[in-house]
Design a protein around this ligand. Structure first.
Ligand SMILES: *[C@@H]1O[C@H](CO)[C@@H](O)[C@H](O)[C@H]1NC(C)=O
Ligand SMILES: *[C@@H]1O[C@H](CO)[C@@H](O)[C@H](O)[C@H]1NC(C)=O
Length: 287
């Protein structure tokens, strides 16, 4: 900054000295006074630039400090608790464009009166086992406890885990089955006991309520005038960015921990530490 200002000065001086050689003294003085004014004038753009530069630098610095502060305050709510499981996120890959099929009567392999094919279609997208995560991964999400279930050595060891996405879809499937409960009365485990069924269904409704409210989806629904309907008709066919459910299921399948137990369940080893909670209800786990 200083050197460029100096070179501008010296340029003016050079021109002056050249001019004053050929002019009278008074003309020289007049010129000197004008040159001084010009010099002052020449300074103004520089002063303005410096002031603007300092102002914008100041705004940038305060802006980024505030931005970083807001990031930190978000993270400091619960360190690590908002983090999804990194290895799964990376394996499933980028989200891709997908248009929801939102017509009221949209046909789908997962919709309609239950039958064996429909059950198989649901089984394909909900069947997911447990897998192993490390002690550090359990600690990072603040869930380490001496009662945290370890997988037996023959199942690969490590701590037992499953993905929340599959639990959510399982809950939706349970609510679907509940809407056809006459058909499922003798087919799905929780349907045999009315009280257990009530608790299970209420749990699923409550879980999905929280997940939906947590995600607070900000896509917009638009409305059209259609056919014989004289009120605005919603278009639920929203363009979205979605994860690949298939990639996720493949990832789970590859690392599913299989147990040697007859029923697939792991049974509590003798002397295992127990968490001091009383489960209200038996929850059916699919392995
Ligand atoms: C609803 O919106 C989608 C996505 O923009 C569009 O492809 C579709 O034609 C619309 N459907 C109706 C019934 O307006
Ligand atoms: C497990 O931790 C609890 C406290 O969370 C403690 O009361 C209990 O004694 C511990 N059990 C074992 C076997 O270490």
């Amino acid at each position: 900054m200083a050197s460029s200002t100096e070179s501008k000065y010296s340029f003016i001086k050079d021109r002056e000295s050249k001019d004053s050689d050929s002019d009278s003294e008074s003309m020289g003085l007049l010129r000197e006074a004008m040159a001084q004014r010009n010099r002052r004038r020449a300074l103004w753009p520089w002063i303005a630039h410096i002031v603007l530069f300092i102002t914008s630098l100041g705004l940038f610095v305060t802006g980024s400090v505030r931005y970083n502060k807001s990031l930190k305050s978000e993270a400091s709510i619960e360190p690590g608790w908002t983090q999804e499981y990194g290895p799964a996120v990376r394996a499933v890959g980028q989200r891709h464009g997908w248009q929801l099929l939102g017509a009221f009567d949209q046909p789908s392999p997962w919709r309609g009166e239950p039958n064996p094919e429909l059950d198989e279609a649901w089984e394909k997208i909900t069947h997911a086992g447990v897998f192993s995560v490390t002690a550090e991964e359990v600690e990072r999400i603040g869930k380490m406890h001496n009662s945290t279930v370890l997988l037996p050595k023959e199942s690969g060891g490590g701590y037992m885990a499953s993905l929340e996405a599959t639990h959510q879809l399982h809950c939706l499937d349970m609510l679907r089955k509940f809407s056809f409960r006459d058909y499922y009365a003798d087919k799905a485990a929780p349907f045999s006991d009315a009280h257990k069924l009530r608790t299970h269904m209420d749990h699923c409704t409550e879980m999905l309520r929280q997940v939906i409210m947590c995600n607070a989806d900000m896509h917009i629904i638009t409305y059209n005038w259609v056919g014989h309907v004289d009120y605005p008709w919603p278009n639920f066919s929203i363009n979205r960015q979605c994860r690949s459910w298939d990639n996720m299921l493949d990832w789970i399948m590859e690392r599913t921990a299989h147990t040697k137990e007859k029923d697939g369940l792991i049974h509590r080893p003798p002397g295992a530490a127990i968490m001091d909670v009383n489960p209200v209800e038996y929850v059916h786990i699919d392995f």
